[in-house]
Ligand binder design. Sequence first.
Ligand code: FMN
Length: 257
Amino acid sequence: MTITNPTLELIHQHRSMRQYKPDPIAREVVETIVIAGQRASTSSNLQTYACVAVTDTTKRHELARLCGNQDQIRQAPVFLAWCADLSKLDRACALRGHPHVGDYVENFLMAAVDVALVMQNATLAAESLGLGICYIGGLRNNTRDVIRLLNLPHYMFPISGMTLGVPNDEPVIRPRLPLPAVLQWETYSSDGIDEALHDYDAAMAATGIYDNRQVAVPGKPGQMEAYGWTEHSARRVSRPARTDLREVLHEQGFELK
Ligand SMILES: Cc1cc2nc3c(=O)[nH]c(=O)nc-3n(C[C@H](O)[C@H](O)[C@H](O)COP(=O)(O)O)c2cc1C
């Protein structure tokens, strides 16, 4: 890539951090990061999100347990629970005497997109300050318990957590899919996708992330090939996960009509 500037350089330095120093993070720093997050675009300026910042050690340990026993949550001095939040719009409707029609898939999708945008802006802000982050989808492993622990009201739903702290590791920067697998011009075509996946397997294997694991070549008994992104990702999506979410969404007021 020939075009660059400090913002692009920062973006390209991203890697998820999973090892942290115990150094505390000042409240003002967390506020700075969340305020930067808020600068992201937001659907109709509705800002359908909220963040619960957790620093209390006991609570972080409980969150670590609820989020798949991830040690990084115990290590990082700050855990951010990013939530979809239609409760403020519910309040606006009550204050202004309008019905709140927040029952559709559209309402939840809009909020989920807003949460993703605020999180990613916050990520870049944190990384620009030399801090590390890791998203924690494990926040949805035991969603009801998380809702109880964080006291989330009706019309709030935890989308993703985020560990935040001073990095104590230099993880490899994970290559991304080749551009033709992601960027197409004028119309979409799946031509060349298999080749892109093949190239990407090689790029990911070269990072050592998969530890030189080998797997059988499908349909060719006795032949082995490097374990790559396609095998890893296919395994990841070949089993159900977090199958209770529709129910919990309903309980929180997201009817998903
Ligand atoms: C919504 C979301 C949830 C994630 N959840 C977890 C998680 O629970 N634990 C974890 O270690 N990493 C988690 N990750 C981090 C991804 O594994 C990581 O972003 C991906 O492997 C790419 O690596 P990179 O961020 O270092 O480029 C999550 C990322 C996203 C975007």
